[in-house]
Design a protein. Structure first.
Length: 637
């Protein structure tokens, strides 16, 4: 595994989002990156998209990285609860039903939940900043979206065209909250009844999604805040703005191969590179093509082309006026060589009132009678391509106005076909020693409709979509990935940023009206099918306890599980002569980043006490900070 002589401070950010996922605030996490290289252009990843912002123990050697991988626990499909529908205030099962927010207030005896949801996460949150409206015809401007209104107007009856709404883009929502919830929390399985109120699976999804509106995450790359139509591009059709050019494809490849290929862990992406933000959980990847390239081949893939030799192209522009005899613009003479090919092109304003023609002649200035190449049509854009005759050494080029006052430009290549070849030195990273053309398929989870109820695990493939990316990977002399270049359509269709959710930030939901603890209890109860109000606990002897031995290498996680009962206290402990750590998580296998509890002292004797809020599967992970054999036990407290 590639190691570094210095350590990075991995930035853990609290991401604050607007719309479907706009980050408010800058990435302030530190990194040394690979910027400031000597000589030439350097397109290695920089401080903002260094893979070490996710982890300092990643594999970078291309020949050691898997070419495909998938998250062990596939993220679940859920709605992004659009703002224009007032978020989780939507009565998704019909107007005669209740919304997830209404049900929460009824079950837990809390007034004003819907108003708080709208003010913090829905329509009312945007009244002061967005255009007001009565109908969607009032929202006809760029980015206006549609006219959005609370379900009930001020009179208490269903909202009508007479009630005032606000223009809200339809893509605004809480996909930034659904994405981490779908990665970090198990999908609800069954309806739950609480204090006489039935929460369907989709109600629980809505509430646990809202609970992740603020997420503690590790973040790679900058956010592009520019509409794709307003972006500037360089000579090779790449965005000039660094915020819209990254994520670097080398960074993406390293993260895909390490997290999905090695760790089997999902992460998140904003899959659109411009100002729109569509956060999606990434499920799997597969490299479908990988071919080593010469530096010249790699340059051409990026977009470097052969160009005419210096000094052989002439250009001029101007404007000519058409009087009774017409006006001429003459240029030349230009030196040419017999046997070479000359190519001249006229571009002029072409309307019925403005028309001009191109004339070319060897040895003398052309006119309407004497020329070697002249008007070929009524159009104003014309080309002349001629072989320089024997004995000729001078070329004259002229433009004649036929009508109006046409503006024009002329470009002439005095030795067409004589080009400077594409460089055989790679032009985009001086430190690159090997170059590979790569095609990779990335599968992500898409949103489900907000009207769709039920656990969707059996049909998760129906919600899985695929993006295909093409890029150049740049390797150093040790075979490690150090950067890359997007190529082809991927220059404008690639992820804007990547992020790794590691937990929810403990901030109030809906102004404090909704608590994560209440939602989590509903979620835990939904993992087991039970028709009553209270979950039976059962006797302690009903637990089939664990007592086994195992061995882990450094960085390896050994996994075990037991079935547990609600409210029954369980002790989990390890014994080991080496330094190992203990992780537990209900209903989902734990990882170093994702767990409910962990014990990580400097010894191998770790102990955790777990009190499940609902019956289910307790997953236990033993992680090797050092390699060694161990024993792991569970028992009643």
């Amino acid at each position: 595994m590639m190691t570094f002589t210095h350590r990075l401070a991995l930035g853990i950010l609290v991401l604050t989002f607007v719309a479907c996922g706009g980050v408010a605030g800058d990435d302030t996490s530190g990194s040394t990156g690979n910027s400031g290289l000597k000589g030439g252009k350097a397109d290695e990843w920089g401080p903002s998209d260094d893979p070490r912002l996710f982890s300092g123990t990643l594999e970078y050697r291309l020949d050691a990285l898997p070419r495909e991988g998938e998250a062990e626990s596939a993220p679940w499909a859920g709605s992004y609860w659009p703002v224009y529908e007032d978020s989780v205030n939507k009565r998704w099962a019909g107007l005669e039903s209740y919304s997830p927010a209404e049900k929460y207030g009824q079950a837990f005896g809390i007034d004003g939940v819907e108003d708080a949801v709208s003010l913090a996460h829905g329509i009312d949150a945007h009244r002061a900043r967005r255009k007001s409206c009565k109908t969607s015809s009032d929202c006809s401007g760029p980015g206006d979206g549609r006219c959005s209104k609370r379900r009930f107007g001020p009179s208490g009856s269903l909202a009508s065209d007479d009630d005032e709404g606000v223009c809200i883009p339809t893509w605004w929502g809480i996909c930034h909250a659904w994405t981490p919830a779908a990665i970090l929390e198990p999908e609800p399985k069954y309806p739950v009844t609480k204090n006489g109120v039935e929460f369907k699976v989709n109600d629980i999804k809505a509430l646990i999604t809202l609970a992740y509106d603020r997420t503690a995450s590790k973040f790679i790359s900058l956010r592009c805040n520019t509409d794709s139509g307003d972006l500037e591009y360089d000579l090779y059709d790449r965005p000039v703005d660094a915020e819209c050019k990254n994520t670097n494809p080398g960074t993406l490849h390293v993260i895909l191969a390490n997290y999905l290929g090695i760790m089997k862990q999902a992460f998140a992406e904003d899959r659109t590179f411009d100002d729109e933000v569509w956060n999606q959980p990434v499920r799997s990847f597969k490299v479908t093509e990988m071919t080593e390239l010469t530096p010249q081949e790699a340059n051409m893939k990026v977009g470097v082309e052969e160009v005419p030799a210096p000094g052989q192209v002439v250009e001029f522009e101007g404007q000519v006026l058409a009087d009774d005899a017409g006006e001429w613009h003459h240029a030349g003479p230009y030196s040419v060589v017999a046997g070479n090919t000359v190519k001249a092109t006229l571009a002029a304003s072409s309307t019925a009132e403005n028309r001009a023609s191109l004339y070319v002649r060897f040895g003398a200035q052309p006119d309407e009678v004497e020329f070697d190449c002249g008007p070929t049509s009524e159009a104003s854009n014309e080309d002349c391509e001629l072989l320089v005759p024997t004995g000729q050494s001078q070329l004259y080029i002229s433009v004649l106005a036929h009508s109006g006052t046409p503006e024009f430009s002329v470009e002439a290549d005095l030795n067409s076909g004589n080009v400077v070849a594409v460089s055989d030195t790679y032009m985009f990273n001086d430190n690159a020693r090997q170059l590979f053309f790569v095609v990779t398929e990335v599968k992500y989870i898409s949103e489900s409709d907000s009207n769709e109820d039920g656990n969707l695990a059996a049909s998760i493939d129906d919600y899985t979509r695929t993006d295909t990316y093409q890029y150049i990977l740049e390797l150093d002399d040790g075979g490690a990935i150090i950067g890359g270049e997007w190529i082809g359509s991927s220059k404008k269709k690639h992820p804007d940023f990547l992020w790794l959710p590691i937990g929810r930030h403990n901030v109030p939901v809906a102004g404090g009206k909704i608590t994560y603890e209440n939602i989590k209890a509903l979620l835990d109860e939904s993992q087991t099918e039970f028709s009553g109000e209270e979950e039976p606990t059962g006797p302690a002897t009903s637990i089939d306890h664990l007592a086994t031995t195992g061995h882990v290498e450094v960085g390896e996680m050994a996994g075990y599980s037991i079935e547990v009962r609600a409210n029954q206290s369980i002790v989990v402990r390890t014994e080991c002569a080496s330094d190992i750590d203990l992780y537990v998580r209900m209903n989902v296998k734990p990882s170093e980043a994702l767990y409910d509890q962990r014990a990580y002292t400097h010894s191998g004797s770790e102990t955790l006490t777990v009190v499940p809020s609902a019956s289910g599967t307790l997953y236990i992970g033993v992680h090797g900070y050092e390699a060694g054999g161990f024993s792991v036990y569970t028992a009643d407290e």
